[in-house]
Design a protein around this ligand. Structure first.
Ligand code: SAH
Ligand code: SF4
Ligand code: F3S
Length: 480
């Protein structure tokens, strides 16, 4: 298993989509007296929510800190996607027990998906917790904090059909000042049988497109050069304006609106559900150079039988047809990545071989791969049996990861000898003599720094690669 984890880490190394990794708050410059420490687990949407929470609490006299020992309020923004994501949070809470004993006045709140899933049970199971707040209740935080300061426990886990926090400007917590994430919708209506998200995040709702464009424009004015539009299923984005049907904005329209802000502002998006991504979206991507040619298109399995049990609403052939369409419209170079689950209920060796052969068909650039973890009260937990032993799930996972490694490497090798336009994000992980940034296809590129800076677009000739990174040298700066 440690091999599996470490190889998974390699694949994920350069990408912040890490699903189980904690991110901590930064030292905010502010006169605020009250210190808040937030640790975030799970997906980008959770990280984006922590930035909304920091913004709401700034209005109430709190500034974020990276030093847990100086905080009077500690918040863990939690994830429930797999058992180990929840275990991580429970372990973290156990670690906080001695601190809480020493500093009784410290208040501890749990936010996010695990808070929503467990509700008041969280208070019973983890005595150290003072406050439980679901993802749609963050505006209520100031009241809830008052309650805990009065010595009570506080809970708000109401899910909303409208809340999008559209009017709240997030405080960018862990920012490189160049790339930023913008939530364009919340919740999910899809009901994939394995997934807890519809229960923890509630019904799908889209955010006012003008508030999205405003946020992206402000980011551009502050020097940001790339925005990633976030949602569980961005292709079902839909905003009905005040004039009803005639003014409906779909995802292709929204992409175009954001792309038009400035040709110098790159636009990315995640996640696309294969059933919803339209030709319209693909043609919009093609039309604008600043919309990055990269699509995260989770398959989850290559077996039509398993896809049906997962309630993904497409089958293997339909998925392959989508891939063909992407390649037809956007060309072979378009980056494509996957999520896969191994060992879902009743998965046979034949189903597993279907997953491997689908991967051979697509040759994904990246992948995020997981062993199935049954989540309480999901349709799969209620109707199916989690009958694949862990060792088989993990053996299949290793095979899927190995295959992805070899495809990532061969896709990266295709980039060698070509010039790529990179947006510089900062120093490379290993040396301050090198910079790193992504190309259009979301591949991380490392090159000698010369006189380039964060936020520059640089043309880099790629000369070598690993499965995770391209390596090259600047050939000329692109003036845009
Ligand atoms: N909305 C996105 C996925 C969000 S969750 C989509 O539809 O693609 C991110 C990934 O976690 C999923 O794509 C899936 O691969 C994985 N995942 C979700 N539930 C899981 C479970 N119960 N066990 C293992 N992996 C799971
Ligand atoms: Fe979960 Fe499916 Fe919704 Fe993705 S689309 S969040 S996997 S229910
Ligand atoms: Fe986790 Fe919730 Fe995101 S369950 S993956 S934090 S939507």
């Amino acid at each position: 298993m440690s091999l599996v984890t470490s190889r998974l880490e390699i694949l994920k190394e350069e990408d912040k989509k890490d699903l189980d990794v904690a991110r901590i708050s930064v030292d905010e410059e502010s006169d605020a007296k009250r210190k808040l420490y937030i640790e975030s687990y799970g997906c980008q949407m959770n990280f984006a929510d922590s930035e909304i929470v920091a913004s709401i609490l700034r209005e109430n006299g709190f500034a974020t800190t990276s030093k847990i020992e100086e905080a009077e309020l500690i918040l863990l923004n939690t994830c429930a996607i797999r058992e180990n994501a929840e275990q991580k949070v429970r372990n973290r809470l156990q670690h906080l027990v001695p601190m809480k004993k020493k500093r009784q006045q410290v208040k501890i709140g749990v936010l996010g998906c695990m808070a929503e899933r467990l509700k008041t049970k969280f208070l019973e199971e983890e005595k150290i917790v003072d406050m439980v707040v679901g993802p749609d209740a963050y505006r209520d935080l100031p009241n809830l904090i008052n309650e805990v300061e009065d010595g009570q426990k506080a809970v708000n886990v109401f899910l909303s059909r409208e809340e999008t926090y559209a009017d709240i400007t997030p405080i960018r917590l862990d920012s490189n000042g160049v790339t930023a994430f913008i939530s364009i919708m919340r919740g999910c209506d899809n009901m994939c049988s394995f997934c807890v998200v519809p229960y923890t995040r509630g019904r799908e709702r889209s955010r006012d497109p003008f508030s999205i464009v405003k946020e992206a424009t402000e980011l551009y004015e502050q020097g940001y050069r790339e925005v990633t539009l976030l949602g569980q299923n961005v292709d079902s984005y839909k905003w009905k304006g005040v004039n009803g049907e005639l003014s409906t904005t779909n995802f292709a329209n929204l992409l175009e609106m954001v792309a038009l802000i400035n040709p110098d502002l790159r636009v990315r998006f995640s996640t696309s559900h294969p059933k919803d991504i339209t030709d319209d979206v693909l043609y919009t991507m093609k039309k604008y150079d600043n919309i990055c040619k990269y699509i995260h298109l989770p398959a989850q399995s290559g077996s039509s039988r398993i896809l049906e049990l997962m309630n993904r609403t497409y089958d293997r052939e339909w998925y392959m047809g989508k891939i063909d369409r992407i390649r037809e419209i956007l060309g072979e170079d378009c980056g494509i990545s996957q999520d896969m689950i191994t060992g879902f209920c009743t998965e046979t060796e034949e189903d597993h071989q279907d997953t491997l052969s689908l991967m051979d068909y697509v040759k994904y650039d990246y992948g995020y791969m997981f062993a199935y973890s049954e989540r309480p009260n999901t349709p799969a937990a209620k109707k199916l049996t989690d009958d694949i032993p862990n060792e088989i799930k993990n053996r299949r996972l290793t095979e899927v990861i190995n295959k992805q490694q070899s495809h990532s490497l061969s896709r990266n090798q295709m980039a060698i000898g070509k010039v790529h336009k990179i947006l510089v994000e900062g120093f490379s992980k290993r040396s301050t003599e090198h910079l790193c940034g992504r190309n259009d296809q979301n591949k991380m590129v490392v090159f000698p720094k010369e006189n380039f800076q964060k936020g520059d677009y640089v043309n880099v000739l790629v000369t070598e690669c690993t499965a995770a990174t391209l390596i090259g040298k600047a050939v000329a700066e692109v003036l845009v």
